[in-house]
Design a protein around this ligand. Structure first.
Ligand SMILES: *Cc1c(COP(=O)(O)O)cnc(C)c1O
Length: 359
């Protein structure tokens, strides 16, 4: 009997394995494993969510017109320069669908965001992973050198998830002038709002300067809407239009659209919360330096411990503490830990102080 056969590049993708779930009788773990915002929605955002929830028998606005216009207005762009999707991971999937296929190459730094290889394989393209430089930073010269005639897309993650440092404006400009204008460069700024390094590249400053540049943003991290799935790309209208064509119809719910608009209404308050997380980041890193850890520059709401072969052991140590601290290990490489609330960070610091090895 002949059964349906998936495309070979899809069949080769790793199968989804659900993560461990805590038992009901255990204290809730301190979840520092997904770079989420530790704080619940602001009251006005919650109100928008409740209100939108009362109308979920209706389809959402397929083109997210109000949200798109608000994002465009804030960025000083026109609505045609914005593509909204169900999280920026989905928007990136649409970008790759639009610009890369079988036989094409997608270049990115590694280690970087886990979604990059999966999304690249999903469109049949070939990942070209360029090792990070010292201090866990992007090696922009090596990235530029990795571009070939087959390269269609180059992904730049700043700050880099999971290692933390941001790409600098001057090195980004050099990369853009070294790369042919036919290569689409995507600057993934998921953690933009947490960046304090004055040398860091900022999408807002570079958009429009190059005709082959898109910037990727999300409401999941600083804005605290990870569970609602809304993100967007910004860039020249002729680059954005094909991305919009790939967006799955109705994939951004009305709840997500209205919560995102309500978040933009209280942006100042949300950015105050971000400042609080950044202050905690400074405190945590200072304390860790006193404990003897060497942590790469952390420009997002997370930091990286280059634990190498001890990565799984370190994460297991954190998980077995009381209360349990959940971090994100990358076996053989390191552990990424998100900045939580002040109390959560105290518990994390104590857990790390009780670990015997230092890197
Ligand atoms: C979290 C994250 C995103 C955002 O994902 P969403 O789909 O918007 O939740 C994008 N890029 C990077 C590098 C991230 O870490």
């Amino acid at each position: 009997m002949n059964l349906p056969v998936p495309l070979p590049h899809i069949a080769a993708l790793p199968r989804y394995v659900p993560g461990a779930r805590g038992a009901a009788d255990q204290a809730p773990p301190i979840k520092l494993s997904s770079n989420e915002n530790p704080l619940p929605p602001l009251p006005s955002v919650m109100e928008a969510i409740n209100k939108a929830g009362g109308a979920i028998n209706r389809y959402p606005d397929m083109f997210a017109v109000e949200l798109t216009e608000r994002i465009a207005g804030n960025a000083g762009l026109s609505a045609e320069q914005v593509a909204v999707g169900g999280g920026s991971v989905a928007v990136l999937a649409h970008i790759l669908q639009a610009y890369a296929g079988l036989g094409d190459e997608v270049v990115y730094a590694w280690r970087s965001f886990e979604a990059y290889p999966i999304l690249t394989h999903a469109v049949g393209a070939t990942p070209v992973a360029v090792p990070l430089a010292a201090s866990a930073r992007h090696d922009l010269e090596a990235l530029a050198a990795a571009v070939t005639g087959k390269t269609r897309v180059l992904l730049v993650c700043s700050p880099n998830n999971p290692t933390g440092p941001a790409v600098h404006a001057d090195e980004f400009a050099e990369l853009m002038s070294a790369v042919p204008s036919s290569v689409l460069v995507v600057l993934d700024e998921a953690y933009l709002e947490f960046v304090t390094d004055p040398r860091a590249v900022r999408g807002a400053d570079v958009l429009g300067r190059w005709p082959n540049l898109l910037v990727l943003r999300t409401f999941s991290k600083a804005y605290g809407l990870a569970g609602l799935r809304v993100g967007h790309a910004l860039g020249p209208a002729d680059l954005i239009a094909p991305v919009r064509s790939c967006v799955t119809p109705f994939s951004v719910s009305a709840v997500a659209q209205l919560a995102a608009v309500a978040s933009l209404d209280v942006e100042d308050e949300l950015l105050e919360r971000v400042a609080g997380i950044v202050a905690e980041r400074t405190r945590v890193l200072g304390d860790l330096a006193d404990q003897g850890w060497s942590i790469p520059d952390a420009q997002g709401n997370f930091f990286w411990i280059a634990a190498g072969d001890d990565a799984a052991d370190l994460a297991a140590h954190l998980a077995t503490r009381e209360p349990s601290v959940l971090a994100r290990p990358f076996a053989g490489d390191g552990v990424r830990i998100s900045i939580g609330t002040s109390l959560e960070n105290d518990q994390l610091l104590s857990a790390l102080a009780h670990y015997s090895k230092r890197v």
